[in-house]
Design a protein around this ligand. Sequence first.
Ligand code: SIN
Length: 328
Amino acid sequence: MRIVGILLAAIMLAAPAANAASPIVIKYSHVVAENTPKGQSANKFKELVEQRLPGKVVVEVFPNSQLFDDDKVMEAMLLGDVQLAAPSLSKFDSYTKKLQVFDLPFIFDNIEAVDKFQQGPIGQKLLNSMEDKGIVGLGYIHNGMKQLSAHSPLRVPEDAAGKKFRIQASDVLQAQFEALKAVPVKKPFSEVFTLLQTKAIDGQENSWSNIYSQKFYEVQEYITESDHGALDYMVVSTDEFWNGLPDDIRKEVKAALDESIAYGNKIAADLNQADKQRIIDSGRSQVIELTPEQRAKWVEVMKPVWKKFEKDIGKDVIDAAAATSGAS
Ligand code: SIN
């Protein structure tokens, strides 16, 4: 009788520990500031997941390359060191060539066109383009159109010739700057400010929100409003982690992710416009608007890049993207 009592007491003491399984931890690593569309979307994701799944799932967001630089995060994710990342679409070159479509210069007129393509059948199919590498695409987050910044004014393509530009790790972006007879240098996002400040490079391309939040405008005298390309993201996880989640948990996490993406996308345009205005108001950098003739020259020099990548990307994919803007 005494032994049964001891056993019962032991079971009762052990029970809470057995029921209160430790929460699933989702580490979400990204490289931008929190006051950007992706930063805001990631924080919203944490808030929503922890509201929907209290005690069951904990989200840890690491902004500003705190945990991994953009050249390391995919490897880290495949090793299980983070569970979620949202690299720019330019940073998947070593996993798939299909996403290079997003880097083609002047293929999208604006982020609405990018969105139309992403939400269409080809854009949705591209979410699965890294399946063979064990990577699942869960959705697209917008940032904005890219602008060109430099230490000297860039009005026509010849102004960029011979200048060093930092680019993301993308062969399309490399070809784009080579078409300008410029020198592209692939470097992680976290190094750009110092490279510009020390004049190790002459310029870079980015969205208004990144130029503002990373203070690039403080070390770049000129920003040309070129809108020549899109800066957008794919939220990715590994097949092993994502499909290993219990069905009910995965469903809730996905719903929270969709909601957080919609939130980020809703504020992206306003945030970029507000940051552009903050840069103008700072007086630190002169914003150059292109005349239609000047813009046509940039298009003429950069657009031949499309042809070089047609085989890898697929003509059907390029045509579908171009059709969203009538740029074909
Ligand atoms: C990002 O927005 O995630 C980084 C973009 C860049 O590397 O320029």
